[in-house]
Design a binder for this molecule. Structure first.
Ligand code: HPA
Length: 278
């Protein structure tokens, strides 16, 4: 057994001591987007501190717990708080929770984040469905011994964000009258925000939004067999697109402002995607 799989099994058994809940859909909530947890008919909560070997978030605005419960009739697990590479964790640590949620039984994964808009036609408060991503400014989370119990050594990444899920989310947004952009997410390491020239580079590469999470999680998720859907909340225009300096406070406040609409979009999307046949 690979060492990482052994570690994951230990984490899973800590969770199984507290609950035997089997989620269908797993959801990762980005900065300031934690309010979605209010919509859940909660069955159980597990604090990250109670899971041996689990990476603990250090950033303010990121809580640290799994919430198990129901959205409509759909069994879900929500990660309220995630860890980032910039916190000093290894990529393996950063994606451990994703793999763990797959081992709990999750089949569909919703990744959400706060991101800076690189596409000049975007505005703060927009939502962007992630069509594809650029992740190679950071090491792959799959470097090192392959966790062969979860997936293959050289996984295909031709459709990281599942087209059927994406098209369902677009339908939901249309039905709810919520404008939804679509584009390419670029992950950079952070924790500093980008320079104006770095933002220009992201745009030249075909990026529409930039952030410090998600892409590495999506790679690990595809590797272990999740169907993945990604939605960014554009909390600000990236540096240089406007002259306004950026702050974490502004990002968190902007996410909190659109949280009610975001909640609606995710809630309905979780229900619709879980009910897709096949
Ligand atoms: N850059 C990187 N990450 C971010 C930003 C940004 O402008 N806004 C929110 N997360």
């Amino acid at each position: 057994m690979s060492a990482e799989y052994e570690r994951l099994k230990k984490c899973l058994s800590c969770i199984r001591e507290k609950t035997d809940f089997v989620p269908k859909t797993a959801i990762v909530l980005g900065s300031g987007l934690g309010a979605l947890a209010d919509e859940i008919d909660i069955a159980c909560e597990v604090d990250y501190h109670d899971i041996d070997g689990f990476p603990i978030p250090t950033v303010s605005g990121h809580k640290g717990r799994f919430i198990f419960g129901y959205i409509g009739k759909i069994p879900v697990v929500i990660m309220q708080g995630r860890v980032h590479y910039y916190e000093g964790y290894s990529m393996r640590d950063v994606v451990l929770p994703i793999r763990l949620m797959r081992m709990m039984g999750g089949k569909i994964l919703f990744l959400t984040n706060a991101a800076g808009g690189v596409n000049p036609s975007f505005a703060a408060g927009d939502f962007m469905l992630i069509r594809d991503q650029i992740s190679n400014f950071l090491p792959s989370p799959l470097i090192g011994e392959n966790v062969c119990e979860l997936g293959v050594r050289f996984p295909d990444m031709s459709e990281i964000y599942d087209k059927r899920l994406s098209s369902t989310v677009k339908d939901v947004a249309k039905e709810l009258g919520i404008p939804l952009r679509e584009g390419v997410y670029v992950q950079l390491s952070g924790p500093n925000y980008e320079s104006p020239q770095e933002v220009k580079m992201c745009r030249l590469l075909g990026g529409d939004a930039v952030g410090m999470s998600t892409a590495c999680e999506a790679i690990a998720a595809v590797h272990c067999g999740f169907k993945v859907c990604g939605i960014s909340c554009i909390t600000n225009l990236a540096c240089g697109i406007t002259d306004a300096p950026l702050s974490h406070k502004e990002v968190s406040e902007s996410a909190a402002r659109v949280a009610p609409l975001f909640k609606k979009l995710i809630t309905e999307s979780v229900i619709k995607t879980a009910n897709l046949k096949g």
